[in-house]
Design a protein around this ligand. Structure first.
Ligand SMILES: CCCCCCCC(=O)SCCNC(=O)CCNC(=O)[C@H](O)C(C)(C)COP(=O)(O)OP(=O)(O)OC[C@H]1O[C@@H](n2cnc3c(N)ncnc32)[C@H](O)[C@@H]1OP(=O)(O)O
Length: 219
C-alpha cells in the first residue's frame, strides 16, 4: 500500500518535528475559529486575507508531493500527523488525543465554533468522525485492527459545543471482524452511541508483514 513510509529519525528530531507541527497547526486552528467568529469590517478582512495568503506562500515553498501518509519510525512509533481527527499537523483535526486503558479507550476534547451543526450544537457528522477514529483506534490498540466496514451511530440527544467525552470498548471479535462499541457524553450524560465493525482487509491477512498489519488503520 502506498502512503506507508518507514523512517529512521532520532528522538531529538522527532521531538523537534512534533513541536513544529503542533505549533503551526495550533495557530491555523486558532485562525479557523477566528474566521468563523469574526465581525471585523471589510478593510480588516482584506488585510487579514493578504497576510494569510503570504503565510500560505511561505508554507508552499517546500511541500510534500501529496498527503502526509502514515510514517513508522525505527523506534516503533507511528505518526499519522495528517489524520483528520488526530493529526498533529492538521488544523481541521480537533485534535483528538486518545488514552488507552486495558478495557477502555477514551478522549476528552473541546469542540468550538468550527464544529457547529444545529445552532450551538456539534454537527452529527463530526461526532461520527470522532467515533469512527476512537472505535477504530480502540480495535487497533487491542491488537485486532481493521478498516471501518460499518459504523452505526444513534444520536440520543443534542450534543452542545464545548467539552465532550468519548469512550470505546471492544465488544467481540469474530474472525477478521472486530465489533467495537462507544459513546459520546457531556457532563456524564450519553448523547450518542455507536457500534463499529472493523475488518482486517484481505491485503493484511495471512503471513503478511507485521508492518503491513500495523498499517491498516490511521491512528
Ligand atoms: C487505527 C485505526 C483507526 C481507524 C479509524 C478510521 C477508519 C477509517 O476511516 S477506514 C476508511 C473507511 N473505510 C474504508 O475505506 C473501507 C473500505 N472497504 C474495504 O476496504 C473492504 O470492503 C473491507 C476491508 C471493509 C472488507 O474487506 P474485504 O476483504 O472485502 O472483506 P471480505 O473478506 O469480503 O469479508 C470479511 C467479512 O467481513 C464482512 N464484511 C465485509 N464488508 C463489510 C462491511 N462493510 N460491513 C460489515 N461487514 C462486512 C463479510 O461479510 C465477511 O464476514 P464473514 O467473515 O462473517 O463472512
Amino acid at each position: 500500500m502506498s502512503g506507508y513510509i518507514q523512517e529512521d529519525l532520532s528522538p531529538e528530531e522527532l521531538a523537534h518535528r512534533a513541536r513544529l507541527a503542533s505549533s503551526i497547526a495550533g495557530s491555523v486552528r486558532d485562525l479557523i475559529d477566528a474566521t468563523v467568529r469574526t465581525e471585523v469590517d471589510e478593510a480588516d478582512i482584506d488585510e487579514a486575507r493578504r497576510l494569510i495568503e503570504a503565510a500560505t506562500a511561505i508554507l508552499r515553498k517546500d511541500q510534500l508531493p501529496g498527503p502526509f501518509g502514515i510514517r513508522f519510525n525505527t523506534d516503533g512509533t507511528k505518526r499519522s500527523w495528517g489524520n483528520a481527527v488526530l493529526g498533529r499537523r492538521n488544523p481541521i483535526a480537533p485534535p483528538v488525543v486518545l488514552h488507552h486503558e486495558p478495557d477502555v479507550s477514551w478522549t476528552e476534547v473541546e469542540l468550538g465554533a468550527a464544529y457547529e451543526g444545529p445552532a450551538g450544537l456539534v454537527h452529527g457528522g463530526v461526532l461520527a468522525l470522532i467515533l469512527d477514529q476512537l472505535l477504530g483506534s480502540t480495535a487497533e490498540y487491542q491488537q485486532v485492527p481493521g478498516m471501518t466496514g460499518t459504523l452505526t451511530v444513534r444520536y440520543r440527544k443534542a450534543t452542545p459545543l464545548g467539552r465532550i467525552r468519548g469512550e470505546a470498548r471492544v465488544d467481540r471479535v469474530d474472525g477478521v471482524k472486530t465489533f467495537v462499541t462507544g459513546t459520546i457524553s457531556v457532563d456524564g450524560k450519553v448523547t450518542a452511541e455507536a457500534e463499529g465493525i472493523f475488518i482486517l482487509p484481505k491485503w493484511a491477512r495471512g503471513d503478511k508483514s507485521d508492518v503491513l498489519r500495523r498499517s491498516v488503520g490511521e491512528g
